[in-house]
Write a protein that binds this ligand. Structure first.
Ligand code: KG4
Ligand code: ZN
Length: 337
């Protein structure tokens, strides 16, 4: 079966075609970085309008690249939430209209479920059950995953998401938008011995996170320096080390609590080289297997939506005819009996 995946929840328009026999056929992405850069953050209305402009050309491109025509598509999967409502509506309306014209089903997909399934597109893929660390711009969650729609939230951020903390700290250091990758780049040449930031909530039981204090810690530390380029790098390094270490400690705790031996790390922050290295080292020294999406599928993309659509369709081919979008949508509501 051939599934079209459409992602428009935030600032990336992503389309992909996934074939249940042949795997991923093609994917295309348009990032809105240059559009939002001058505003220092995402402007929702600009995001929606850009999705409108990009979606049809990208759809035609994935068809062409896959050597398929519209009539070959069996179902359409679109991101229904969580995300920016206007942006979500573009993808949902496009998907529903196309599905209606082709007389095929359209599936409303949960963005974070798609992130957590993304490593299954790789050659080295996890099998259920596993623990998933979801680290994106809007979420930081540890989830026990026993199957599609079998999610148990083990912990989450009580304030900022990890990606959000990266973005805000980067902005404060005067680094470019988007902050996460810019801060990571700056941290590479930072001195890891100069500052040591706290590892929030690691001395308390449980798997919850808190990152907003680290951001403030970075600000006060930076203000106490001369504010030169090396100071920036050193603060960036201390911040990144603290986030990575905290994420690692909580993952290890979740693995120990469940007795599971597979860890999935997904969402935009899973593209972070230092985090990937830390988890890979842990895997080498223990019996834990760690799975990541390839770099381009860590951040938002259409391929993960197409794949999640396929897995959802296998489970339940019934779909609604509505244009279903949910700006807020807890993962727990996806659980099947
Ligand atoms: O999953 P994603 O593309 O969008 C959401 O669903 O939120 O994640 C975007 C987040 C942003 O906060 C971005 O700064 C962060 O992921 N990010 C990174 C890196 N690449 C993206 N954070 C740290 N290091 C990176 N290399
Ligand atoms: Zn995302």
């Amino acid at each position: 079966m051939l599934i079209l995946g459409i992602e428009t929840s935030c600032d990336e328009t992503g389309l992909a075609l996934y074939d249940s026999d042949e795997g991923l056929l093609a994917h295309r992405l348009h990032s809105q970085i240059s559009l939002h850069k001058e505003h220092g953050g995402i402007v929702p209305e600009l995001a929606s309008r850009d999705h409108v402009r990009r979606i049809t050309p990208l759809f035609n491109e994935v068809l062409l690249a896959s050597n398929r025509v519209r009539a070959d598509i069996d179902a359409i999967a679109y991101t229904a939430g969580p995300g920016l409502i206007g942006a979500l509506l573009v993808g949902a309306s496009f998907a529903r209209a196309l599905a209606f014209s082709l007389e095929i089903p359209a599936l409303a997909i949960h963005h974070m479920e798609a992130h957590l399934l993304a490593p299954m597109l790789e050659e080295k893929a996890p099998t259920f059950p596993f623990v998933a660390l979801l680290v994106s711009g809007g979420h930081t969650q540890l989830v026990r995953v026993d199957g599609i729609g079998q999610y148990e939230l083990m912990g989450e951020s009580v304030d900022d998401a990890a990606g959000e903390a990266f973005d805000k700290t980067a902005k404060m250091l005067g680094l470019d938008y988007p902050g996460g990758p810019a801060l990571a780049k700056s941290a590479v040449d930072g001195d890891s011995q100069r500052f040591r930031f706290p590892r929030p909530m690691t001395n308390r039981p449980g798997c919850d996170f808190s990152f907003s204090g680290l951001k403030t810690h970075a600000l006060t530390t930076f203000r106490a320096t001369e504010g030169n380029e090396q100071d920036k790098r050193d603060v960036a390094r201390a911040f990144e080390d603290a986030v990575v270490d905290t994420l690692f400690i909580k993952c290890r705790r979740a693995l120990e609590a469940t007795g599971l031996t597979q860890l999935v790390v997904a969402g935009g922050v899973s593209a972070n080289t230092s985090l990937r290295q830390r988890m890979a080292d842990y895997s080498q020294q223990s019996s834990i297997q760690v799975y990541f999406p390839r770099n381009e599928f860590c951040t938002d993309n259409g391929a993960m939506i197409a794949y999640a659509g396929y897995r959802r369709f296998e489970l339940n081919p019934e779909t609604s005819n509505g244009i279903d979008v949910r700006p807020r949508w807890p993962l727990s509501e996806l659980n099947v009996a």
